[in-house]
Design a binder for this molecule. Structure first.
Ligand SMILES: [Mg+2]
Length: 371
């Protein structure tokens, strides 16, 4: 059976959710921010709505730049707990459309729609998904459909917002040809720059390079990834129930320090952020780690495994504080520049509709057939 994969991506998700919560924001430039511990106004843009994007604001941009570009925009702090709740409801809708469902982030999921047997039928199903999400949650999303994850992901990005782009297998070469190499999986700004220096800017140009040449340039694994990517080839299956292996939060100290008190304070707020994420996703953890980086770029992590899995915030905070105390006693000379908190050994805590039947819910699920 031929594989048919869809990627569903909610449009400017954080900003859309904020607009729903506060209808007065509609029509205004809205910028959702992650503020950093560095203090007043420092941090980065998490999501900008389309009005803000028109003014040149992008995700990841420092807030200071965004303020210059969009003086009259509404700047809001990210409320990720709330976004995760909305996300969970959308994901619950999506997974009724396929047994092979893989959530990849708060606002993106892959669905294997091979059961529909044709790209036309898969597209009809995607239209239903879009209208159900719009009707129930008032949110728009963009969907890309292709013969694999790579093509589906790129297709979802080309007609945002509220797009639906289907690329059947035989249309893949002509679809990819004009795109810039940066659209391919694994091509970040660095690789893009390297390829540009060889005048390899489009996928069409990249296709002229041999596998051996690419591997010599960027290494064996990445070389074959680029070679296959340029040809629209990707074997990665949609993996249901794939989970994150760890959750971490890091921050840069206002100034380099070895003071227990100021580091402990930072570690306490990072513990809260980590706990927010794991509790919103209903996962337990068993290992807690402290990560420190010096002004000389030396990085050290110290971990402690608890006797049993837990969801308790106190477990994170107490463990990481103890790790910090021990570490500073051993290395009083260590000037901490960046510090982080990580939990690992993750498991889903509470059986929910996303897990195989422990409560009978799964057996009641029906999969929609295209009409
Ligand atoms: Mg998105």
């Amino acid at each position: 059976m031929k594989r048919i994969v869809a990627l569903v991506d909610l449009d400017a998700f954080y900003a859309q959710v904020e607009e729903l919560r506060n209808p007065k924001l509609k029509g205004k430039a809205v910028i959702v921010c992650m503020y950093s511990a560095r203090g007043k106004g420092s941090g980065a843009v998490a999501t900008a709505n389309y009005e803000a994007r028109k003014l040149g604001v992008r995700s990841g941009m420092p807030i200071i730049y965004a303020k210059r570009k969009a003086k009259n925009a509404v700047f809001l702090p990210a409320d990720r707990d709330y976004y995760w709740k909305v996300s969970a409801r959308v994901m619950d809708i999506l997974q009724t459309y396929s047994d092979l469902f893989e959530q990849v982030s708060i606002d993106e999921a892959y669905l294997d729609l091979s059961q529909t047997n044709s790209f036309t039928a898969a597209e009809r199903l995607a239209k239903k998904m879009k209208s159900e999400i719009l009707q129930k949650e008032k949110l728009t999303c963009s969907i890309g459909i292709g013969p694999n994850k790579l093509v589906a992901k790129i297709a979802a990005g080309v007609k945002k917002p509220n797009g639906l782009v289907t690329v059947p297998e035989d249309a893949v070469p002509s679809f990819l040809k004009p795109l810039s190499v940066g659209k391919l999986y694994g091509v970040g700004p660095k690789t893009e720059g390297l390829l540009a220096s060889l005048n390899m800017r489009s996928v069409k140009q990249l296709k002229t390079m041999s596998l051996a040449h690419l591997q010599k340039l960027v290494g064996s694994a990445k070389g074959s990834m680029l070679y296959n990517g340029a040809r629209g080839k990707d074997d990665r299956p949609v993996q249901p129930g794939r989970q994150k292996q760890q959750v971490s939060r890091l921050t840069t100290m206002k100034k380099d320090t070895s003071s227990f008190n100021s580091l402990a304070e930072t570690v306490a707020s990072l513990s809260t952020l980590v706990h927010d994420t794991v509790s919103a996703q209903k996962i337990t953890f068993q290992t807690v780690s402290l990560i420190v980086m010096s002004n000389k770029m030396e990085q050290i992590s110290r971990s402690h495994s608890l006797t049993e899995p837990t969801t308790a915030k106190k477990a994170i905070q107490d463990t990481v504080t103890a790790l910090l105390k021990t570490f500073l006693a051993e290395r009083p000379d260590f000037q901490v520049r960046r510090i982080g908190v990580r939990v690992s050994g993750l498991e889903h805590a509470i059986p929910d509709s996303r897990k195989p039947a422990t409560n009978g819910q799964r057996t009641l699920r029906t999969f929609r057939k295209p009409s």
